[in-house]
Design a binder for this molecule. Structure first.
Ligand code: BGP
Length: 496
């Protein structure tokens, strides 16, 4: 057997890209609900309004667009005539029974989803939770239980209650620590016995790329983002401490965006660049999983004049309550060089230069057949903690063919390579791996571009970039392939 019997096969989603029902059951607005759709060459925008003058507008605020904050005196707001993909997304809110049944047909052992914080605490700083929101996830978890599917729950996946962003500048304020811990303990208590695995912040390192998406920070600067990251670390540690008290069976994981950086050449300057650039990722796992601030980051803060609003107790908490396991997303590798070379080939939040050995998809993301083996070894060597691949997959403009099917052989090929590399990391290198959840298992909205066109799923959802479509679900060829992979516990990756 390649993987042991407890290996958790499944798929992953996020509320703001999948759930829809953005005002149903008393849900409040989140930072994702005021983001328009974009495209590969067109950034997503945050729409805003001046509550006094009524003036409206929109500002590009997706990954890599920090510094373009909403103008002073205005607030992010939903405007008439704009299209917001999170509002309906692919409507898990009304399709959860059908979708979980499809997951069970593939043999899922685990389903990664996120709870929308604004469904539980509509403003984020409310005294009491919203019962209708809590009840919705009860129904979802009960449905999972029916099929013996273990939920893996992200507490915050690229959304913050909008009120917290407006009133406190999001995670730049230490106040968010208490609001988050109250939210986290509310759900961990409520779903005791139903949910055993939680992740605190999706891709916690993304706060560096977008203070708004990663931390609800409307005025994002290096200073406010550093503070936001610190506040999230402390909130994570407090969540670990509280969760273990509430339910000793619950495990809390870190979630990191991880792409190994390759040096384009053997020039030591390129090697050094790859190593130093990688510190921007490792910083986040060194703190949340490793338990301490690394020297290289403290030196950087001193150089840049960044001063944290912190307390000695913060650092004790970080050291005593690190994450129980380290989960990560990994789609491919990135390549860097100090030499002049053809321009960046990468799309949205991917970076670097073109790697001549790798193919890219239509959004410029390089697919790398060895990436999971390399990533798993790097992370296991560094932390010696259980790992979990919670996102991996390929975005593609799938087409429904005349036979009413989706022949996604490119996706099967990508997954064959990636799962084989992951298997090698386990069987040849001895990495301790808890599970694998393919990203976007049922088609959903792209985080980077807000498009429907960039699809990841085993199941096609009839919905386009203008919001048209029946929302009907159709299994793709990869659906039947993945079912076999799970049934053979990763032994049989063939496509026949
Ligand atoms: C990760 C995010 C997901 C997801 C995925 C694919 O970074 O955690 O939310 O969307 O990337 O990215 P995209 O949707 O931009 O193709």
């Amino acid at each position: 057997m390649a993987f042991d019997d407890h290996f958790l096969w499944g798929g992953a989603t996020a509320a703001n890209q999948y759930e829809g029902g953005y005002q149903d059951g008393g849900k409040g607005l989140s930072t994702a609900d005021v983001m328009t759709a974009g495209a590969y060459d067109k950034p997503r925008r945050v729409t805003w309004k001046n509550p006094v003058t009524g003036e409206t507008g929109a500002t590009a605020m997706q990954f890599g667009q920090d510094g373009q904050q909403v103008p002073e005196g205005t607030e992010p707001a939903v405007l008439p005539g704009e299209y917001y993909p999170s509002h309906v997304a692919t409507d898990f809110y009304h399709h959860y029974q059908e979708d979980i049944k499809l997951m069970s047909e593939m043999g899922f052992k685990v389903f990664r989803l996120s709870i929308n914080w604004a469904r539980i605490f509509p403003n984020g700083d409310d005294k009491e939770p919203n019962e209708a929101g809590l009840a919705f996830y009860d129904h979802v978890f009960d449905e999972c239980k029916k099929y013996d599917i273990e939920p893996l729950v992200t507490l915050s996946h690229y959304e913050t209650p909008l009120h917290l962003a407006i009133k406190y500048n999001g995670w730049a304020s230490r106040k968010l620590i208490d609001f988050f811990v109250k939210y986290a303990t509310t759900v961990i208590e409520r779903y005791k016995g139903k949910v055993h695995y939680y992740l605190t912040f999706n891709e916690i390192n993304m706060i560096d790329m977008s203070g708004y998406i990663g931390g609800g920070i409307i005025n994002a600067t290096e200073q406010t983002k550093a503070q936001g990251a610190h506040n999230q670390f402390v909130a994570s540690a407090l969540t670990v401490r509280a969760a273990h008290k509430i339910d000793p069976d619950v495990k809390i994981g870190q979630m990191l965006a991880y792409s190994p950086l390759y040096a384009l050449t053997a020039d030591p300057n390129d090697q050094l660049k790859a190593q130093v650039d990688m510190q921007d990722t490792y910083f986040f796992s060194d703190v949340q999983t490793g338990g301490h601030y690394p020297a290289y980051r403290l030196k950087k803060y001193a150089r840049d004049g960044i001063k944290l609003d912190d307390t000695p107790e913060d650092y004790e908490l970080l050291a005593h309550y690190p994450a129980d396991f380290l989960s990560f997303s990994c789609y491919g590798s990135n390549t860097v060089t100090t030499h002049k070379t053809e321009g960046s080939d990468a799309g949205n939040f991917m970076m670097g230069v073109k790697n001549p050995y790798l193919k890219t998809n239509a959004w410029g993301w390089a697919t790398d057949p060895q990436v999971l083996r390399i990533a798993l070894n790097n992370l296991y060597d560094r932390y010696h903690k259980p790992l979990w691949v919670v996102e991996n997959g390929i975005g593609w403009a799938d087409e429904l063919t005349a036979d009413g099917k989706i022949h996604d052989s490119y996706r099967i090929e990508y997954l064959q390579q990636n799962i084989a590399a992951m298997r090698d990391a386990v069987t040849l290198d001895g990495v301790d791996l808890m599970g694998y959840t393919m990203w976007g298992c049922i088609d959903l909205v792209s985080a980077g571009t807000g498009e429907m066109k960039k699809r990841y799923g085993f199941v096609y959802v009839d919905r386009d970039d203008q919001g048209n479509g029946t929302l009907n679900r159709t299994p793709k060829d990869s659906f039947y392939w993945y079912k076999k992979v799970i049934a053979t516990n990763g032994e049989d990756l063939s496509n026949n």
